[in-house]
Design a protein around this ligand. Structure first.
Ligand SMILES: [Zn+2]
Length: 339
């Protein structure tokens, strides 16, 4: 047992060190994009803080009553708070219940812990209410917040927390971890790793949802068409996407991530590198594309896709982001039809 976290070595080492009473702070903020593993890491930290039989300092056993209760979310000294079903925001009455919980002495554990997920969704009044707990922290209480980025929180909040930043994993690492963890073929693991841009939590969700993989293949089919299409058809495609109203940002990010995996393969094919392709089933189309572009072009296209993903993360309008991306893609000649 123990932490068994994929990647994030620095963050794990840091948090292990912080389970020592002399290092422990009153509040932690774990930041990173959705599906990167913030919640998993937070729960491991909370187990390490409270485990009854840690095999060594900073570790947890995973089998004692406390570890099991934390896993089952039935641990009396842990309160987990998230925006309620059907609500966009974390509200002030939820934060008030946190304050009451923190004010109590731990019932059976070493520390009473409150974990608040997605704190970037807290309303201003909820944030301000939490500030009181951060300014006058109760003894033997630890507050753990997660958020997409510290920039989306009030500076008065983030400055009072120990910030732990999580970054996506390198593709190969994510892919081999997924292969082992999910017991799936290497090829599928590679697709999931690319599709999630190295966020393994997201990749595990994708694996459980066949629709997402289907939409991955659909995204690549579309790209292959659009590469041979004129500007007008590309804009029409973006227009047609606007009809599904919900989850535009997440859908667009999945689309761009899928395309990014295609371009990484084009780069491998063009450079002649001896590396496995993610989209081996599209060898022909990868070759047709690679033949018409030089390495500098392909690198620029990859960079534009990465920038588009960063823009989506930063809440730039998904439609504009996609239009911009598609209009900067080269228009290829239909080599396949000539053969
Ligand atoms: Zn334990």
């Amino acid at each position: 047992m123990g932490w068994n976290i994929c990647g994030h070595e620095t963050a794990v080492a840091f948090l292990k060190e912080h389970t020592k009473p002399e290092k422990l702070r009153h509040a932690y903020l774990l930041t990173g994009s959705q599906g990167i593993g913030r919640r998993t890491l937070a729960l491991a930290f909370i187990k390490a803080l409270n485990c009854q039989n840690p095999p060594e300092p900073g570790e947890f056993c995973g089998v004692c009553a406390v570890c099991r209760q934390i896993d089952a979310q039935s641990f009396p000294d842990l309160m987990v708070l998230a925006p309620e079903e059907g609500h966009q925001d974390l509200r002030i009455d939820q934060i008030r219940s946190v304050q009451q919980s923190l004010a109590l002495a731990p019932y059976q554990a070493k520390y009473r812990v409150v974990l608040i997920l997605d704190f970037q969704r807290a309303t201003a009044s909820a944030s301000n209410a939490l500030l009181k707990s951060l300014e006058e922290p109760p003894a033997r209480a630890v507050l753990v917040l997660t958020a997409d980025s510290e920039e989306n929180l009030l500076p008065t909040i983030s400055s009072r927390c120990q910030i732990v930043r999580l970054r996506p994993l390198p593709m190969e690492k994510a892919s081999s971890w997924l292969e082992q963890k999910l017991q799936i073929p290497a090829e599928r693991a590679a697709v999931l790793a690319h599709l999630s841009s190295g966020r393994v939590g997201a990749a595990v969700r994708f694996d459980q949802n066949p629709e997402i993989l289907a939409s991955y293949h659909d995204a690549l089919d579309r790209l292959e068409e659009l590469l041979y299409a004129a500007r007008r058809q590309r804009l029409q495609y973006v227009e047609s996407l606007q009809k599904s109203k919900s989850g535009q940002r997440e859908l667009t990010a999945q689309l761009v991530s899928a395309w990014l995996s295609f371009w990484r393969d084009v780069l491998i094919v063009r450079s002649g590198a001896e590396m496995p392709l993610v989209n081996q089933d599209r060898q022909r189309s990868l070759e047709d594309t690679a033949r018409q572009l030089d390495l500098a072009n392909i690198e620029q296209i990859l960079e534009r896709h990465e920038k588009a993903l960063a823009r989506l993360d930063a809440y730039v309008n998904p439609r504009l982001t996609l239009e911009h991306l598609l209009l900067t893609l080269p228009i290829l000649k239909a080599a396949r039809q000539e053969k």
